[in-house]
Design a protein around this ligand. Structure first.
Ligand code: ADP
Ligand code: MG
Length: 326
């Protein structure tokens, strides 16, 4: 690489991060030294994004960095945790200055937006790949686990679903959309909103939570499996953006909303005793979420439309026509 590894780290990643919490020692030594809030559990999560697999190789580096940090923060949100720090393992084909400028800009923009400080990492040469580990804190007995949903709990989801799957179809030239829809869909794909605020509000209130990275049916399926329960979803309650409803046929919208990944909304379950509390947060607009179904005895996720069962394949969604089902 033109820049040596140490110059590169110093130039792009050893930046001042005002207001960083609990960083006794940051980038530059063998380890970072961090002080978690007293009495809380340290929550940690890691994800790797590989070029060509998790994002297009030629995508804007600023957006690649934004997305990489945001999707990791989404896991912290799904635990009800507060994000504090992250490390970055970066594998680069070359030390391309404009690329690194953009990448660092996106990274620190997301880091400051979500108050999460870069405290270390590793830099190597090879095919482009980004690994981020986010660390944070959560009250041990309030963490949002996957395994505590019970029959009778209500199922909720934040925001809208299916936008990121439509964005992927646009990126792959399978869907053509106008300028405004293009901007909307791309921002949902590259800059998903990690629901940290919502996760922390729901800690100690929701019985279970997961972030929707692989699709609602798959991810709610993980809650069901861990909890030993089933779930029943009412398709007409599943929130879909106006932008998405305008650019695709209803059956395509349904497939993307139920089975499309990459939205990073929170899916969570609420015990009946907390339902009023959560409905108040929703009606006061402190929480952007919709009730989409309920937890039932049994196993797996089923779906109905206006009270009638919808056929879903064992491993997820099967194509069918919304107007001709019987
Ligand atoms: P070591 O030889 O101990 O692995 P490195 O030379 O890899 O150390 O890293 C030197 C310092 O720079 C360490 O504090 C490390 O955490 C930090 N660092 C390396 N790469 C990155 C990166 N991409 N982002 C942030 N910090 C990094
Ligand atoms: Mg190293």
């Amino acid at each position: 690489m033109a820049l040596n590894e140490f110059d590169l780290i110093e130039k792009y990643f050893q930046q001042r991060q005002p207001g960083a919490f609990g960083v006794s020692l940051g980038i530059g030594d063998d380890c970072a030294l961090l002080m978690p809030p007293a009495g809380k559990a340290l929550a940690t999560t890691i994800d790797t994004l590989v070029a060509g697999n998790h994002f297009p190789e030629n995508a804007d580096p600023e957006l690649i960095a934004e997305r990489a940090l945001r999707v990791n923060l989404s896991d912290m949100a799904a635990m009800g945790g507060e994000a504090l720090w992250f490390t970055l393992a970066l594998t680069l084909p070359s030390a391309d200055a404009p690329w690194l400028d953009g990448f660092a800009r996106g990274l620190f923009q997301a880091a400051s937006e979500f108050h999460c400080a870069l405290v270390g990492g590793d830099t190597t040469r090879g095919p482009l790949s980004i690994t981020i580990q986010v660390m944070g804190a959560v009250e041990l007995n309030q963490a949002l686990l996957r395994g505590n949903a019970r029959p009778g709990d209500l199922v909720y989801v934040t925001g809208t679903l299916g936008d990121a799957a439509a964005a992927v179809a646009v990126i792959r030239n399978r869907l053509k959309v106008g300028k405004a829809a293009f901007a909307y869909l791309m921002s949902h794909y590259y800059r998903p909103l990690p629901r940290l605020k919502e996760g922390q509000m729901l800690a100690g209130i929701a019985s279970a939570a997961i972030d929707v990275s692989d699709g609602l049916l798959a991810d709610l399926g993980h809650i069901c499996k861990s909890s030993g329960v089933g779930a029943l979803i009412d398709w007409e309650r599943v929130p879909v953006s106006e932008a998405l409803a305008k650019v695709a046929r209803p059956e395509q919208v349904r497939e993307w909303a139920l089975s499309g990944g990459d939205d990073y909304q929170l899916c969570f379950t609420v015990p009946p005793a907390q339902a009023l509390h959560v409905e108040q947060m929703v009606s006061q607009k402190r929480l952007s979420a919709s009730q989409i179904g309920e937890i039932v005895r049994g196993e797996g996720v089923s779906c109905r439309y206006k009270g009638r069962p919808i056929a879903l394949g064992k491993t997820g969604y099967q194509h069918f026509d919304i107007d001709t089902e019987t």
